[in-house]
Write a protein that binds this ligand. Structure first.
Ligand SMILES: Cc1cc2nc3c(=O)[nH]c(=O)nc-3n(C[C@H](O)[C@H](O)[C@H](O)COP(=O)(O)OP(=O)(O)OC[C@H]3O[C@@H](n4cnc5c(N)ncnc54)[C@H](O)[C@@H]3O)c2cc1C
Length: 395
């Protein structure tokens, strides 16, 4: 391979969604270069929760598009990608009730199905949950849980069918700069030069050293995220995924019946080298998770921790992605998904193809300018219109 119309650096979920969408839309020759194996980065660790609960309209609209793709995956992507429509609910205390309702109103303006339910109604789904410190839940019956790895691999398969070339074990070491400072290709670790009309960086926090020699300082860092797998000792079934904004945790059932538990308290983020971080939860994390779960499920008689692991979010200062052209011609950025890029992925492919092929977003509800790289230099953060007290920027 010595040239392609579009070279995508990074074979994770976002790069593969972009590859398929571009191939599907006849964008010419597409190449994906992955340094390791496909979906081995943040995608492999994803909790893969699907929700449209956002205080940024563009993100809610992108998630809603994702729901449609996930529900119809067998038609769109030709296979079961593991999405299960078990529902999603975010629960808040009195202090966040107004924000919850404002976010639901925003969702409804976009046609998103969401309803407010009481803690007692939630008890029908989660009978052993302690619910008295919740005031209300925003419940999305079409939300749920998926599988980022299966979804990424489905995109890869479909992209290949459409003629995209995907190379694993092919690290990109440098971008090639041509006349007028335009990015005209990449160099790989084996010394090969691949010319490109456009290079898309879709490689998370690893994009930073590739952009730096061009004078582009990407504000993307790797933030460690710890996950605990719990055996509850009782049959949980297909209960809705819960974002618990009272205790600042989230949990979802696994197909195996175990409970996947993650942290929603980002008051003290731990920034790490994405190639060197501890892939186990720390003891203090396990203690806090156990305390929060004991509070939330006091009736569980014999719960136990099955295992734990850690992944990295590729976070930006406002915890929202950069999707758009870089400051230099020939370079496009799709990075910084900040721990919520799974459900956005179908729309990321669509928006990237829209911008590369037509220059504008095809969905009026998705404002491309929201995701521009320049917002950081301008000091205009992309933030929720209705923020939750205590929940940080992850909302
Ligand atoms: C613990 C955890 C829980 C999450 N939970 C959710 C959730 O519930 N819901 C949700 O919506 N999102 C969630 N996310 C976020 C979501 O999974 C990610 O945003 C998404 O998977 C990121 O995909 P990506 O393609 O941008 O990055 P990655 O999957 O990290 O892919 C980037 C790829 O680039 C490759 N690469 C790096 N450098 C180079 C190079 N120089 N040359 C070639 N290849 C290179 C890497 O090997 C990697 O495969 C979670 C993430 C984590 C870590």
């Amino acid at each position: 391979m010595d040239n392609a119309d579009v070279v995508i650096v990074g074979g994770g979920l976002e790069g593969l969604s972009i590859a398929w969408t571009l191939a599907e839309r006849g964008a010419g020759s597409i190449a994906v270069l992955e340094r390791d194996t496909l979906c081995s980065g943040g995608t492999a660790k994803s909790s893969s929760i699907v929700r449209c609960h956002y205080g940024v309209a563009s993100l809610a609209a992108m998630s809603w598009y994702g729901v449609d793709v996930f529900e119809n995956a067998e038609d769109v992507l030709g296979t079961d990608i593991g999405f299960r429509r078990v529902g999603y609910a975010v629960g808040v205390g009195e202090e966040n009730l107004a924000a919850l309702r404002a976010n639901m109103a925003l969702q409804r303006t976009l046609g998103i199905e969401v309803l407010e339910i009481t803690p007692w109604e939630m008890a029908e789904h989660w009978p052993t949950m302690h619910l008295e410190d919740f005031s209300a839940f925003a419940y999305e019956p079409r939300g749920g849980r998926g599988d980022a790895y299966l979804t990424g691999m489905a995109y890869a398969g479909m992209a290949r069918k459409r003629g995209a070339r995907i190379r694993q074990n092919t690290p990109v070491t440098n971008l090639v700069i041509g006349k007028g400072g335009r990015v005209v290709g990449v160099y790989t670790a084996s010394g090969d030069r691949i010319s490109a009309g456009t290079v898309v960086l879709a490689n998370g926090a690893w994009s930073v050293p590739l952009a730096a020699p061009l004078g582009i300082e990407l504000p993307v860092r790797a933030q460690r995220a710890q996950i605990v797998m719990v055996e509850s000792g009782e049959r949980l079934g297909d209960a809705p995924v819960i974002s618990d904004l009272v205790s600042l945790q989230y949990f979802r059932t696994e197909p195996s019946g175990e409970l996947l538990v993650g942290n929603s308290d980002h008051a003290s983020p731990e920034y790490v080298d994405p190639d060197r971080y501890r892939n186990r939860a720390d003891d203090c994390f396990l203690e806090t998770a156990a305390e929060k779960l004991a509070h939330r499920f006091p009736k569980w008689s014999n719960p136990g921790i099955v295992t734990s692991y850690a992944g990295c979010y590729d976070v930006t200062p406002d915890y929202n992605p950069v999707i758009g052209p870089a400051e230099v011609p020939g370079l496009f950025l799709a990075v910084g998904f900040s721990g919520h890029g799974f459900k956005l992925a179908p729309a990321v492919g669509r928006l990237t193809a829209d911008l590369l092929l037509d220059g504008v977003s095809s969905d009026p509800a998705v404002k491309a300018e929201d995701f521009r790289f320049g917002r950081f230099a301008e000091g205009v953060a992309l933030l929720s219109e209705h923020r939750y007290l205590g929940a940080g920027e992850m909302r």
